[in-house]
Design a protein around this ligand. Structure first.
Ligand code: DC
Length: 219
């Protein structure tokens, strides 16, 4: 098991996807599950502050990852969960114990077979604290804003730099300051700063670390 944690825009999913591909491992995007929950909450028009309604909705919702897709009650919502609006709602919902208690066991089940690269905010600290290799990927705020802007543009959702900077700042505060499973550098994690490094360089550093731990490829 390999975990990669870090803030929004640090390049985690690109690196995790490529690392998994090179090792022949499965890529598990843990944030996508939280985004799936947010999609369901929005669709059902449930107020995140209404604990009873939220609990009932969660109890009746199934969420899974299948072949790169996010499935909510069997419906493929992969294309609908990447908007800034869902990102903000996800960050708010992921502070709630009921939401984390729903999602964390699913992530552990997905990772249980091993041969997996998990990417998220608490994968090395809470979901899989026993992972063989843990990374914490960071980047300077400026670089994170530019990457996030490009990502939004590629999805046809262009946004001004000040708007993206504010969005990232808000999510950083929420992810780092929440009492439950806050974003931290997990014990034993190797910190990699992706500022000024290409995806290839980041993945090469990760592969070197994986090799040091004697992990094998599956391909
Ligand atoms: O990585 P992402 O942008 O898709 O994550 C969306 C939100 O989900 C993020 O603001 C925090 C939350 N999240 C979390 O709390 N724990 C994880 N393991 C992954 C994501």
């Amino acid at each position: 098991m390999i975990t990669i944690d870090g803030p929004a825009g640090a390049g985690k999913s690109t690196a995790a996807r490529e690392l998994a591909r090179r090792l022949g491992y499965r890529f598990i995007d843990t944030g996508a599950l939280y985004r799936g929950i947010a999609w369901r909450v929005r669709e059902a028009k449930v107020d995140p502050g209404d604990g009873g309604a939220l609990g009932r909705l969660l109890a009746g919702t199934t969420i899974d990852l299948g072949d790169g897709a996010v499935l909510v009650d069997g419906r493929d919502v992969t294309g609908e969960i990447r908007t800034p609006e869902i990102g903000e709602l996800t960050s708010r919902l992921s502070m709630l114990a009921g939401v984390r208690e729903k999602v964390t066991p699913i992530q552990r089940r997905l990772a249980a077979e091993g041969g997996a690269v998990l990417e998220g905010r608490d994968t090395g600290s809470v979901v899989c604290p026993d992972a063989e290799v843990k990374f914490y990927l960071d980047a300077s705020p400026d670089v994170r804003v530019v990457r996030r802007q490009r990502e939004l543009e590629a999805r046809g959702l262009p946004a001004a730099p000040e708007q993206v900077r504010a969005e990232i700042g808000r999510r950083d505060r929420q992810d780092r300051e929440r009492p439950l499973a806050p974003l931290v550098v997990p014990d034993g994690a190797v910190v990699i700063d992706s500022t000024g490094r290409s995806v290839e360089e980041v993945v090469r550093l990760m592969l070197e670390e994986v090799a040091r731990h004697g992990c094998c490829t599956r391909s």
